[in-house]
Design a protein around this ligand. Structure first.
Ligand code: FES
Length: 70
């Protein structure tokens, strides 16, 4: 789903930068992807997707020790 139409940013893009680059604030999303830096209408949605992405990233990290032991 598109989160930021001005910069063609999707929820998958946000999940990727959270997982791979450790982005953890909307401000960092703006610096990295341009989210909420033009019209600003995407700010609220971006914040929600960011929260979800951070939860997913934490869950993946929590699973890594179990996967290594398997
Ligand atoms: S929709 Fe994201 S800055 Fe306009």
């Amino acid at each position: 789903m598109y989160v930021c139409l001005c910069h063609n940013v999707t929820d998958s893009d946000i999940h990727r930068v959270v997982r791979e680059e450790g982005v953890c604030t909307v401000r960092q999303l703006g610096e990295r992807l341009g989210v909420a830096t033009q019209c600003g209408k995407c700010g609220k949605c971006a914040k929600e997707v960011l929260r979800e992405a951070r939860q997913c990233a934490r869950a993946e990290q929590a699973c890594h020790p179990l996967m290594a032991a398997a």
